[in-house]
Design a protein around this ligand. Structure first.
Ligand code: NAD
Ligand code: WQD
Length: 334
């Protein structure tokens, strides 16, 4: 069975490839154009697993190259990670975000429907829920107001896939809504690629600990939460990766070929809690101050994950300690 992993050199894609290789999947094809990653990731994957991935430097927004790839390789399963993912960049460059994320998806679907693909697994995001009224959010919770062009691309992506699945009944389509993926592979060899200006909390924490940044600003301490800081559902990247293996083996029993699953732990953690957990577990004092609220931030969000647990037979197993420990190990090895 040939499996295409788009964005395979990226953060979640690389961790998923490692698990696929470790579980005996062969014939893995990765497509990436290294917009936010590097080709050297494949050497690290080989270092960890002793196995090779076949990789292609293709921009998925290039329709002709993408379709030719599908014509030449008999792909059974597509795991589509490739996308631009920075929320603030998407506000500053909406056309680039819509252009990249939507055109890539359309080209993949066009290649898939004409070339016998059996399953498509899509990286969606909890950002589709916007600012939810009721917690936890379940797959039944309707889409909220998209807080950014990035979030819009995920809502649009899911809508496109739903319509695609209606027409292509023989293709099983799955959208996985990730909550806040953090942490890194236990080896310390692979993790989230370094960026000079990270937007996400955990890379900001690890860069501060490594003295690459002066301090962390906690965005708001007057939210209606236990300690006043925002609440998120942080989930280890290896638990997210594992759900993709489960999704490969999933068949919807209700004769529907489109399914959606929340990938979160089901547990909310505040910004201050994660900072304190990092300090305690890694024995490091972090320099942080309380700042203003960040525009567009949701007060609290965490997942109802019982559908993913039962239908995918998936259990997230890595706790907060493993998340912050592995994130720090990766930062030190970067
Ligand atoms: P990442 O940036 O590390 O990986 C994405 C990869 O896609 C990169 O290697 C990039 O070079 C590649 N890529 C982007 N556009 C491409 C194109 N046109 N052609 C070929 N390759 C292209 O991101 P990630 O954290 O691994 O995220 C993977 C997916 O999960 C994305 O779709 C993202 O939106 C989604 N997601 C991520 C998070 C998160 O916090 N990391 C949360 C929810 C959803
Ligand atoms: C987490 C918490 C911040 C930085 C985004 C996307 C979401 C998904 C994950 C892709 C928030 C606080 C952060 C800092 C802080 N990605 N924070 N100081 O915003 O929950 O989600 O990434 O799909 O779609 O929206 O993640 O890591 O940016 O923030 O206090 O310097 O940390 O306010 O409460 P977020 P994040």
């Amino acid at each position: 069975m040939n499996i295409l992993i788009t964005g395979g050199a990226g953060y979640i894609g690389s961790h998923t490839i490692i698990q696929l290789l470790e579980q005996g999947y062969e014939n893995l094809y990765s497509i990436d154009n290294y917009l936010n990653s590097s080709e050297s990731t494949y050497q690290k994957i080989e270092e960890i697993t002793g196995k090779k991935v076949i990789f292609f430097d293709i921009d998925l927004t290039d329709k002709a190259s993408t379709e030719t790839f599908f014509e030449l390789n008999q792909i059974a399963v597509v795991i589509h990670f490739a996308a631009l993912k920075s929320v603030p960049d998407s506000v500053n460059m909406p056309l680039e975000y819509y252009g990249n994320n939507i055109n890539s998806l359309l080209n993949i679907l066009s290649g898939a429907e004409s070339n016998g693909v059996e399953k498509i697994i899509f990286s969606s995001s909890c950002s589709v829920y916007g600012n939810p009224e009721k917690l936890p959010v379940s797959e039944e919770t309707p889409f909220g107001k998209a807080e950014s062009p990035y979030a819009s691309t995920k809502q649009m992506g899911e809508n496109i896939l739903k319509d695609f699945a209606k027409k292509n009944k023989e293709i099983e389509v799955i959208s996985l809504r990730y909550f806040n993926p953090v942490g890194a592979h236990t080896s310390g060899v692979i993790g989230e690629p370094f960026t000079k200006r990270p937007n996400n909390l955990v890379p900001i924490i690890t860069q501060t600990a490594a003295k690459l940044r002066k301090k962390i600003t906690v965005f708001g301490s007057n939210y209606n939460t236990s300690d006043g800081s925002c609440i998120r559902d942080y989930i280890h990247v290896d638990d997210i990766a594992n759900a993709h293996i489960k999704a490969i083996n999933f068949k919807n029993k209700e004769n529907l070929n489109y399914s959606v699953f929340n990938l979160g732990t089901g547990k909310g953690t505040s910004v201050l809690e994660i900072i304190k957990a990092f300090e305690k577990i890694n024995n490091i004092t972090l320099n942080y101050t309380i700042g203003k609220r960040r525009l567009g931030d949701v007060e609290a969000i965490y997942a109802e994950n019982t559908v993913a647990r039962s239908a995918l037979n998936w259990t997230p197993t890595r706790d907060l300690e493993t998340m912050v420990k592995s994130a720090w190990r990766w930062q030190q090895n970067m």
